[in-house]
Design a protein around this ligand. Structure first.
Ligand SMILES: [Zn+2]
Ligand SMILES: [Zn+2]
Length: 380
């Protein structure tokens, strides 16, 4: 590979890392990515994205989409690296800077062999992954129009830079948010019998919902119910009227997601009613779980093996990833490549190993090229 591409992509990575922007505010990032695409004569599609860029290489059918996210997090960087964030309280702590750089590098390589491509590669530099709105926005403006399959990549700090991991089926969680209001009857703290104490009712609900994972579903089905906020009352001698709770429910499949929602509602309503109170559940659907296509996972692993990656086992995670939305429309796979950081993603000291970039660039471009050949064969 030409040294120029490697230098250019490292430069892009440093620039992105130094100039992180929050979800839906990736204006400078978008400009920068567009200028790098223009430098290589890569055609940009004007679909009306507020931030983020969609571009194409090659022509005709089939169409393979490659997606990288580009947004950063509201974190003050605490690394000592010489290319630290210049923006106070904003940091590329999830490595989306490296995702965008790798995709750009792959684009440069693919562009250099554009006439050999057996179809079109669509590049999605997607904004706003961290607040789970970017993929939906891209789908809405037509980013998947004509797309036959999609592949995406996230760095994994727990893997070394020569390791690749993925799995068929669920890969990430359904990430849902819940709010619960328990309504009782206020009273003097010395005469609880004249009221209905929502704090006592709420406490029992907090405990009882933990039985959902231990008694409501099979031990083999991953379920997390976390109540992360519990607020009620404002002084020591008054039983309040209401308690407000918030939390999150994580599951891996649509069936278990629906079952947990029903169990949660039943448990809290019935506990409240047994104690003379009322409880109301408000459930907010977050991104669904990534359901990887087994065929594409296997395909990505085979190409990774040829690119000298070590393939490691991967167990689904209960975090969220909005790439999942794309897989509701087209088949594909989401994979991890090792970034070997001593700190986890979203940590102020997260610092990935930059040596992951060029092997990943080569792998991703090879994966895209081969995937087009595979798609063309499938269409015959
Ligand atoms: Zn993140
Ligand atoms: Zn991320």
């Amino acid at each position: 590979m030409s040294q120029t591409i490697a230098d250019t992509i490292h430069k892009l990575f440093v620039e992105l890392h130094q100039n992180p922007e929050l979800s839906n505010q990736e204006f400078e990032t978008t400009k920068r990515l567009k200028s790098y695409l223009q430098k290589a004569n890569i055609r940009i599609l004007e679909l009306g994205a507020k931030t983020g860029v969609i571009a194409e290489i090659g022509s005709g059918s089939p169409v393979l989409a490659l997606r990288a996210d580009i947004d950063a997090l509201p974190i003050q960087e605490q690394t000592t690296c010489d290319y630290r964030s210049k923006n106070p309280d904003v940091m590329h702590a999830c490595g989306h800077d490296v995702h965008a750089s790798i995709l750009m590098g792959a684009a440069y390589l693919l562009k250099a062999h554009e006439k050999d491509l057996k179809g079109t590669i669509r590049l999605l530099f997607q904004p706003a992954e961290e607040n789970f709105s970017g993929a939906l926005h891209f789908i809405e403006i037509g980013a998947l129009k004509g797309v036959d399959a999609i592949l995406g990549q996230h760095n994994n700090p727990n893997l070394t830079i020569n390791q690749m991991a993925s799995c068929a089926g669920p890969f990430s969680a359904n990430v849902d948010r819940i709010e619960i209001t328990v309504k009782g009857v206020g009273a003097h703290a010395a005469r609880p019998e004249t009221g209905i104490d929502p704090i006592v009712v709420g406490a029992q609900i907090v405990n009882a919902v933990q039985t959902i994972s231990s008694r409501g579903v099979s031990g083999l089905d991953a379920v997390i119910v976390s109540i992360t906020k519990f607020q009620g009352g404002n002084t020591w001698n008054v039983i309040p009227e209401t308690v407000e709770m918030e939390g999150t429910v994580r599951t891996l499949t649509p069936d278990i997601r629906a079952k947990v929602k029903k169990l949660l509602k039943n448990i809290m309503e019935n506990i409240a009613s047994a104690l003379g109170a009322q409880a109301e559940l408000r459930w907010f659907d977050g991104p669904p779980s990534i359901i990887n296509d087994a065929k594409w996972v296997e395909f990505a692993k085979q190409v990774a093996k040829h690119a000298n990656y070590e393939i490691v086992d991967f167990k689904p995670q209960l975090g969220g990833e909005d790439f999942a939305h794309y897989l509701h429309h087209v088949p594909g796979a989401f994979i991890n490549l090792g970034s070997q950081s001593p700190y986890a993603v979203h940590h102020p000291k997260f610092q990935l190993n930059r040596d992951m970039i060029m092997p990943a660039v080569k792998y991703l471009s090879e994966l895209a090229k081969q995937a087009l050949i595979q798609l063309a064969q499938d269409k015959k």
